[in-house]
Design a binder for this molecule. Sequence first.
Ligand code: NAD
Length: 471
Amino acid sequence: MTDQAMVIEGRRWATSSSFDVVNPATERSAGLAPDASKDDLEAAMTAARRAFPAWSRDEERRRALLREAAAALSAAAEQLGAILCAESGHPLAQAVTEIYGASIWFSYYADLEVPLESIELDATSIAEVRRRPLGVVAAITPWNYPLVLASWKLAPALRAGNTVVLKPSPFTPLATLAMGEVLAEVFPPGVLNVLSGGDELGQWMTAHPIPRKVSFTGSVAGGRSVALSAAADLKRVTLELGGNDAAIILDDADLDEVADGIFKGAFVNSGQVCSAIKRVYAPKSRYDEFVDALAARAGAAVMGDPLAEGTTLGPLSTRPQYDRVLGLLGDALDRGAVAASGGAARDSAGYFIEPTILRDLGEGIAIVDEEQFGPVLPVLSYDHVDDALARANGTMFGLGGSVWSADPERAAEVAGLLECGTAWVNTHLALSPLQPFGGFKWSGIGVENGPWGLASFSEIQILHRPRSSTT
Ligand code: NAD
């Protein structure tokens, strides 16, 4: 059990109320988290605004402190990973790996070289294209990868010269709060403030007059609400939202390679990944063999105690998500889908659902049309690639997608026609700090990562001036 404190103005901040965080593997308490009041939020916003002028003016110091932050996170990986494991149910080794992932994002943005751009207008004048920070950023994160997704926001926001107020999900606030304490040793007071509370705290943040940007990762419904609230005073927004990624298998694909890759891309973190594979389109001529190969991998997965060595799949991280996935699964089975593996919850404590491959179903069933965000994968059959493409694109989601073939050129041609932010060939979920990530349609607005993600935490300022005698 761990009881964490919020971090405001560089110190642990006492609150009058707290809430219980549930360990999804045991359904017992994982610890208490502080429940921020409006006064606590006011203190955090004011601290962030006060810290902004000095922080925004010294880029070399910011880069040096981002490097220190990366080192501090790596040093605390075991400690933070254990807290994350308890509150999220992620297998321990994967939880520790997530902390190293967050560290990598801080290193990347510390080291990123940003070339100065200028436009030579005529013989006498030049326009320098500068990037100025926005001010205070409100960062709001979901429960599925709390630390690495926070790092996607914190590292570029801080590198660009902004200060931040961060709020994790009420389901998994503890490791983020602990990270706030680790980073309070690195950054000057007020530069990074971490608060916990319910969804209403997120609403107060987006409506608050101080932040000039909201960077939000979460559900489509949450993103819509954030966009509406931010519009009132024209805050900038980046929205990273839900997905319903399709994987299209072409008829020449290698059975084992594809089954391994698709199983991993669909079931990592028990399917609770925004850009996990959530629908598979297999050619009718090879439908049975792909279903059977995927079912064999699901049957071999080791689902269970996140602390036990060898566990590959943990529970669903939250009770509402567990109920939702079971509801979608039950509905699909009622409508004639067949479970080629799994098909039920585990009869024990914890939010465990057996890794499930569903066959003999199509569009019009909720588990195909909506984002299931859990360890249940529908496999659909198709006759022609054009038909598979149209069905893959026939949704308002547009986060990722993939095409699998023995001929990567042929697959790349099809992948280029997917309507989504990331289209992979013979892989899925390959992510990198160098590579921008974002969604089409309802899956988001804007991108994170790479120089593009950094740019989204700044305004362009043109400095139009006479050429100096040396240029
Ligand atoms: P959620 O929208 O319920 O909550 C996300 C965060 O927003 C939480 O901190 C929550 O407290 C806060 N929040 C909720 N309503 C809010 C509001 N009206 N205003 C301000 N803040 C609000 O999402 P979740 O259930 O925590 O996360 C799962 C969802 O996140 C899935 O749909 C998943 O696909 C998506 N996701 C997207 C990405 C991506 O990069 N595109 C990454 C991870 C998860």
